[in-house]
Write a protein that binds this ligand. Structure first.
Ligand code: C2E
Ligand code: CA
Ligand code: CA
Ligand code: CA
Length: 280
Protein backbone atom coordinates (compact mmCIF):
# COMPACT_ATOMS: atom_id res chain seq x y z
CA UNK A 1 0.00 0.00 0.00
CA UNK A 2 0.87 3.66 -0.18
CA UNK A 3 1.37 3.82 3.54
CA UNK A 4 3.89 0.99 3.78
CA UNK A 5 5.66 2.42 0.75
CA UNK A 6 6.17 5.66 2.58
CA UNK A 7 7.37 3.83 5.67
CA UNK A 8 9.84 1.94 3.56
CA UNK A 9 11.29 5.02 2.01
CA UNK A 10 11.48 6.82 5.35
CA UNK A 11 13.35 3.87 6.74
CA UNK A 12 15.60 3.93 3.70
CA UNK A 13 16.26 7.63 4.13
CA UNK A 14 17.08 7.11 7.79
CA UNK A 15 19.53 4.42 6.80
CA UNK A 16 21.13 6.65 4.21
CA UNK A 17 21.45 9.45 6.71
CA UNK A 18 23.08 7.11 9.20
CA UNK A 19 25.47 5.83 6.57
CA UNK A 20 26.37 9.34 5.49
CA UNK A 21 27.00 10.34 9.08
CA UNK A 22 29.17 7.27 9.64
CA UNK A 23 31.15 8.01 6.50
CA UNK A 24 31.68 11.57 7.63
CA UNK A 25 32.88 10.35 11.00
CA UNK A 26 35.21 7.85 9.33
CA UNK A 27 36.61 10.65 7.20
CA UNK A 28 37.27 12.82 10.25
CA UNK A 29 38.69 9.92 12.24
CA UNK A 30 41.10 8.93 9.47
CA UNK A 31 42.46 12.43 9.14
CA UNK A 32 43.08 12.64 12.86
CA UNK A 33 44.45 9.07 12.90
CA UNK A 34 47.23 10.26 10.62
CA UNK A 35 48.05 13.12 13.01
CA UNK A 36 47.80 10.90 16.06
CA UNK A 37 49.87 8.21 14.37
CA UNK A 38 47.34 5.43 15.01
CA UNK A 39 48.50 3.18 12.17
CA UNK A 40 50.85 0.27 12.74
CA UNK A 41 51.82 -2.88 10.92
CA UNK A 42 51.75 -6.61 11.53
CA UNK A 43 53.95 -9.20 9.84
CA UNK A 44 53.01 -12.47 8.15
CA UNK A 45 55.74 -14.99 7.27
CA UNK A 46 56.49 -16.41 3.82
CA UNK A 47 57.75 -19.97 3.94
CA UNK A 48 59.79 -21.93 1.39
CA UNK A 49 57.87 -24.96 0.07
CA UNK A 50 61.18 -26.86 -0.11
CA UNK A 51 62.96 -26.06 3.16
CA UNK A 52 59.85 -24.92 5.09
CA UNK A 53 61.95 -22.07 6.42
CA UNK A 54 60.75 -18.49 6.80
CA UNK A 55 62.42 -16.39 4.11
CA UNK A 56 60.60 -13.10 4.40
CA UNK A 57 57.51 -11.35 5.72
CA UNK A 58 54.73 -9.14 4.41
CA UNK A 59 53.91 -5.96 6.32
CA UNK A 60 50.16 -5.37 6.60
CA UNK A 61 48.70 -2.14 7.91
CA UNK A 62 46.31 -1.89 10.86
CA UNK A 63 44.52 1.03 12.48
CA UNK A 64 44.21 1.28 16.24
CA UNK A 65 40.89 3.11 16.41
CA UNK A 66 40.12 3.49 20.12
CA UNK A 67 39.75 -0.06 21.47
CA UNK A 68 39.43 -1.75 18.10
CA UNK A 69 41.95 -2.77 15.50
CA UNK A 70 40.53 -1.89 12.10
CA UNK A 71 41.57 -4.06 9.09
CA UNK A 72 42.73 -2.30 5.91
CA UNK A 73 39.70 -3.24 3.81
CA UNK A 74 37.73 -0.77 5.94
CA UNK A 75 39.96 2.23 5.31
CA UNK A 76 42.50 1.66 2.51
CA UNK A 77 39.95 1.98 -0.33
CA UNK A 78 38.86 5.25 1.23
CA UNK A 79 42.44 6.50 1.55
CA UNK A 80 43.14 5.48 -2.03
CA UNK A 81 40.49 7.87 -3.26
CA UNK A 82 42.43 10.78 -1.85
CA UNK A 83 46.05 11.76 -1.59
CA UNK A 84 46.02 10.54 2.03
CA UNK A 85 47.20 7.11 0.87
CA UNK A 86 50.52 8.74 -0.03
CA UNK A 87 51.07 10.03 3.52
CA UNK A 88 49.98 6.78 5.12
CA UNK A 89 52.01 4.67 2.67
CA UNK A 90 55.15 6.71 3.34
CA UNK A 91 54.66 6.43 7.06
CA UNK A 92 54.32 2.63 6.73
CA UNK A 93 57.53 2.39 4.74
CA UNK A 94 59.27 4.51 7.32
CA UNK A 95 58.01 2.31 10.17
CA UNK A 96 59.15 -0.83 8.36
CA UNK A 97 62.63 0.65 7.80
CA UNK A 98 62.80 1.70 11.43
CA UNK A 99 61.93 -1.86 12.42
CA UNK A 100 64.58 -3.28 10.06
CA UNK A 101 67.10 -0.99 11.74
CA UNK A 102 66.01 -2.35 15.12
CA UNK A 103 66.40 -5.93 13.87
CA UNK A 104 69.83 -5.07 12.56
CA UNK A 105 70.97 -3.59 15.86
CA UNK A 106 69.67 -6.66 17.72
CA UNK A 107 71.53 -8.89 15.24
CA UNK A 108 68.28 -10.44 14.16
CA UNK A 109 68.35 -9.43 10.53
CA UNK A 110 69.66 -12.27 8.34
CA UNK A 111 71.29 -10.98 5.17
CA UNK A 112 68.77 -12.73 2.93
CA UNK A 113 65.70 -11.60 4.87
CA UNK A 114 63.18 -9.18 3.36
CA UNK A 115 60.09 -7.32 4.41
CA UNK A 116 57.51 -6.78 1.67
CA UNK A 117 55.52 -3.55 1.72
CA UNK A 118 52.32 -2.93 -0.24
CA UNK A 119 52.69 0.12 -2.46
CA UNK A 120 49.60 1.83 -3.84
CA UNK A 121 49.38 3.22 -7.36
CA UNK A 122 49.29 6.82 -6.19
CA UNK A 123 52.60 6.34 -4.39
CA UNK A 124 54.33 4.68 -7.33
CA UNK A 125 53.19 7.33 -9.77
CA UNK A 126 54.54 10.21 -7.69
CA UNK A 127 57.42 11.88 -9.53
CA UNK A 128 59.64 11.87 -6.45
CA UNK A 129 58.79 8.36 -5.23
CA UNK A 130 62.31 7.03 -5.81
CA UNK A 131 63.84 10.00 -4.02
CA UNK A 132 61.54 9.43 -1.02
CA UNK A 133 62.46 5.75 -0.88
CA UNK A 134 66.16 6.53 -1.11
CA UNK A 135 65.84 9.08 1.69
CA UNK A 136 64.11 6.74 4.11
CA UNK A 137 66.68 3.99 3.45
CA UNK A 138 69.45 6.49 4.13
CA UNK A 139 67.76 7.78 7.27
CA UNK A 140 67.65 4.29 8.82
CA UNK A 141 70.89 3.05 7.23
CA UNK A 142 69.13 0.13 5.60
CA UNK A 143 70.26 -1.54 2.37
CA UNK A 144 67.63 -1.80 -0.36
CA UNK A 145 67.79 -5.60 -0.56
CA UNK A 146 65.95 -5.86 2.75
CA UNK A 147 62.86 -4.41 1.08
CA UNK A 148 60.36 -5.76 -1.40
CA UNK A 149 57.53 -3.75 -2.93
CA UNK A 150 54.21 -5.41 -3.70
CA UNK A 151 52.22 -3.84 -6.51
CA UNK A 152 49.01 -5.04 -8.11
CA UNK A 153 48.45 -5.79 -11.77
CA UNK A 154 46.20 -2.79 -12.32
CA UNK A 155 48.79 -0.45 -10.78
CA UNK A 156 51.56 -1.95 -12.87
CA UNK A 157 49.62 -1.71 -16.11
CA UNK A 158 48.20 1.71 -15.45
CA UNK A 159 51.22 3.45 -16.89
CA UNK A 160 53.33 0.54 -18.07
CA UNK A 161 56.28 2.46 -19.42
CA UNK A 162 56.69 4.65 -16.34
CA UNK A 163 56.20 1.65 -14.04
CA UNK A 164 58.90 -0.36 -15.80
CA UNK A 165 61.31 2.55 -15.60
CA UNK A 166 60.70 3.05 -11.88
CA UNK A 167 60.90 -0.64 -11.06
CA UNK A 168 64.24 -0.86 -12.83
CA UNK A 169 65.62 2.15 -10.96
CA UNK A 170 64.53 0.77 -7.61
CA UNK A 171 65.93 -2.65 -8.47
CA UNK A 172 69.28 -0.96 -8.96
CA UNK A 173 69.30 -0.03 -5.30
CA UNK A 174 68.44 -3.63 -4.40
CA UNK A 175 64.68 -3.46 -3.88
CA UNK A 176 62.80 -6.44 -5.32
CA UNK A 177 59.27 -6.49 -6.69
CA UNK A 178 56.29 -8.71 -6.33
CA UNK A 179 53.15 -8.72 -8.47
CA UNK A 180 50.23 -9.05 -6.04
CA UNK A 181 46.83 -10.70 -6.48
CA UNK A 182 47.91 -12.30 -9.73
CA UNK A 183 45.06 -13.71 -11.78
CA UNK A 184 42.38 -11.34 -10.56
CA UNK A 185 43.14 -8.56 -13.03
CA UNK A 186 42.39 -8.57 -16.72
CA UNK A 187 44.65 -10.33 -19.23
CA UNK A 188 48.00 -9.07 -18.10
CA UNK A 189 49.70 -12.16 -19.45
CA UNK A 190 51.02 -10.33 -22.47
CA UNK A 191 52.49 -7.59 -20.30
CA UNK A 192 53.97 -9.87 -17.68
CA UNK A 193 57.03 -10.56 -19.78
CA UNK A 194 57.73 -6.81 -19.91
CA UNK A 195 57.36 -6.28 -16.17
CA UNK A 196 60.67 -6.80 -14.38
CA UNK A 197 59.09 -8.31 -11.25
CA UNK A 198 60.88 -10.94 -9.16
CA UNK A 199 57.83 -12.63 -7.70
CA UNK A 200 54.29 -13.40 -8.67
CA UNK A 201 51.69 -13.85 -5.95
CA UNK A 202 48.86 -16.14 -6.96
CA UNK A 203 45.66 -14.73 -5.53
CA UNK A 204 44.06 -16.43 -2.56
CA UNK A 205 40.88 -17.17 -4.52
CA UNK A 206 42.73 -19.73 -6.67
CA UNK A 207 44.57 -21.33 -3.76
CA UNK A 208 41.25 -21.72 -1.93
CA UNK A 209 39.95 -24.33 -4.33
CA UNK A 210 43.02 -26.52 -4.57
CA UNK A 211 41.82 -30.09 -3.80
CA UNK A 212 38.28 -28.94 -4.58
CA UNK A 213 38.17 -27.62 -8.11
CA UNK A 214 40.21 -29.32 -10.85
CA UNK A 215 39.96 -26.23 -13.04
CA UNK A 216 41.51 -24.02 -10.38
CA UNK A 217 44.23 -26.62 -9.87
CA UNK A 218 45.04 -26.51 -13.57
CA UNK A 219 45.04 -22.74 -13.52
CA UNK A 220 47.46 -22.67 -10.60
CA UNK A 221 49.65 -25.22 -12.40
CA UNK A 222 49.82 -23.05 -15.49
CA UNK A 223 50.61 -19.92 -13.48
CA UNK A 224 53.46 -21.82 -11.78
CA UNK A 225 54.71 -22.97 -15.19
CA UNK A 226 54.46 -19.45 -16.55
CA UNK A 227 56.51 -18.11 -13.64
CA UNK A 228 59.13 -20.83 -14.14
CA UNK A 229 59.40 -19.94 -17.83
CA UNK A 230 59.85 -16.27 -17.00
CA UNK A 231 62.33 -16.98 -14.21
CA UNK A 232 60.00 -15.52 -11.59
CA UNK A 233 59.45 -16.88 -8.07
CA UNK A 234 55.87 -17.99 -7.33
CA UNK A 235 54.13 -17.15 -4.07
CA UNK A 236 50.91 -18.89 -3.08
CA UNK A 237 48.86 -16.66 -0.79
CA UNK A 238 46.00 -17.63 1.47
CA UNK A 239 47.32 -21.13 2.24
CA UNK A 240 45.08 -22.44 5.01
CA UNK A 241 45.16 -26.25 5.02
CA UNK A 242 47.73 -29.03 5.10
CA UNK A 243 46.15 -30.42 1.90
CA UNK A 244 46.91 -27.18 0.11
CA UNK A 245 50.47 -27.20 1.47
CA UNK A 246 51.04 -30.75 0.23
CA UNK A 247 49.58 -30.06 -3.20
CA UNK A 248 51.71 -26.92 -3.61
CA UNK A 249 54.87 -28.69 -2.40
CA UNK A 250 54.29 -31.34 -5.05
CA UNK A 251 53.80 -28.76 -7.75
CA UNK A 252 56.89 -26.67 -7.41
CA UNK A 253 59.52 -24.73 -5.57
CA UNK A 254 57.72 -21.68 -4.28
CA UNK A 255 56.89 -19.53 -1.29
CA UNK A 256 53.81 -20.18 0.81
CA UNK A 257 51.90 -17.61 2.84
CA UNK A 258 48.73 -18.01 4.83
CA UNK A 259 46.95 -18.78 8.08
CA UNK A 260 48.18 -22.38 7.94
CA UNK A 261 51.61 -21.05 8.94
CA UNK A 262 50.65 -17.91 10.82
CA UNK A 263 48.23 -15.04 10.96
CA UNK A 264 49.88 -11.64 10.69
CA UNK A 265 51.45 -10.92 14.10
CA UNK A 266 53.12 -7.98 15.85
CA UNK A 267 56.68 -7.30 14.63
CA UNK A 268 58.34 -8.06 17.96
CA UNK A 269 56.45 -11.34 18.25
CA UNK A 270 57.61 -12.15 14.72
CA UNK A 271 61.26 -11.73 15.74
CA UNK A 272 60.79 -13.87 18.83
CA UNK A 273 59.04 -16.60 16.90
CA UNK A 274 61.05 -16.78 13.69
CA UNK A 275 64.40 -15.05 13.97
CA UNK A 276 66.89 -16.35 16.48
CA UNK A 277 69.75 -13.98 17.32
CA UNK A 278 72.63 -14.51 14.93
CA UNK A 279 75.96 -13.04 14.02
CA UNK A 280 75.06 -12.45 10.39
P1 C2E B 1 46.92 -8.33 0.23
O1 C2E B 1 48.11 -7.51 -0.10
O2 C2E B 1 46.45 -9.31 -0.77
O3 C2E B 1 47.26 -9.03 1.63
C1 C2E B 1 46.89 -10.35 1.95
C2 C2E B 1 45.65 -10.34 2.83
O4 C2E B 1 45.24 -11.70 3.03
C3 C2E B 1 45.89 -9.78 4.22
O5 C2E B 1 44.69 -9.17 4.64
C4 C2E B 1 46.15 -11.03 5.04
O6 C2E B 1 45.91 -10.86 6.43
C5 C2E B 1 45.17 -11.98 4.42
N1 C2E B 1 45.54 -13.37 4.58
C6 C2E B 1 46.76 -13.91 4.72
N2 C2E B 1 46.69 -15.25 4.83
C7 C2E B 1 45.40 -15.58 4.73
C8 C2E B 1 44.68 -16.83 4.76
O7 C2E B 1 45.26 -17.91 4.89
N3 C2E B 1 43.33 -16.76 4.64
C9 C2E B 1 42.65 -15.59 4.51
N4 C2E B 1 41.34 -15.63 4.43
N5 C2E B 1 43.30 -14.40 4.48
C10 C2E B 1 44.65 -14.40 4.57
P2 C2E B 1 44.70 -7.75 5.34
O8 C2E B 1 45.85 -7.61 6.26
O9 C2E B 1 43.33 -7.52 5.87
O10 C2E B 1 44.97 -6.77 4.10
C11 C2E B 1 44.01 -6.61 3.08
C12 C2E B 1 44.54 -5.79 1.96
O11 C2E B 1 44.81 -4.43 2.35
C13 C2E B 1 45.88 -6.28 1.41
O12 C2E B 1 45.67 -7.38 0.57
C14 C2E B 1 46.38 -5.04 0.68
O13 C2E B 1 45.78 -4.94 -0.59
C15 C2E B 1 45.86 -3.93 1.56
N6 C2E B 1 46.95 -3.44 2.43
C16 C2E B 1 47.42 -3.94 3.58
N7 C2E B 1 48.44 -3.19 4.07
C17 C2E B 1 48.62 -2.18 3.18
C18 C2E B 1 49.54 -1.08 3.11
O14 C2E B 1 50.41 -0.85 3.96
N8 C2E B 1 49.41 -0.25 2.03
C19 C2E B 1 48.48 -0.46 1.06
N9 C2E B 1 48.42 0.40 0.03
N10 C2E B 1 47.62 -1.49 1.09
C20 C2E B 1 47.69 -2.34 2.14
CA1 CA C 1 50.16 -7.81 -0.66
CA1 CA D 1 47.66 -10.43 -2.32
CA1 CA E 1 44.36 -8.20 -2.20
Amino acid sequence: SKKSGRNCSTLFQDEMATEAAELLKLERDISSAIFKDEFFFVLQPLVSSVTMEVTSAEALIRWQRDDTVVPPNQFIPFLEESALIIDVGEKMLSKVCEFLAQMKSEKRLPNSFKIAVNISGKQLSEVNFIEKVTNVLRKYQIAGHYLEFEITESVALDNLKDTIKKINELKQIGISFSLDDFGTGYSSLSHLKDLPVDKLKIDRSFINDINVDKQDENLVKSIIQLAVNLGIVTVAEGVETVQQVNWLKENGNMLLQGYYFSRPILPNDFIEKYLAPSTE
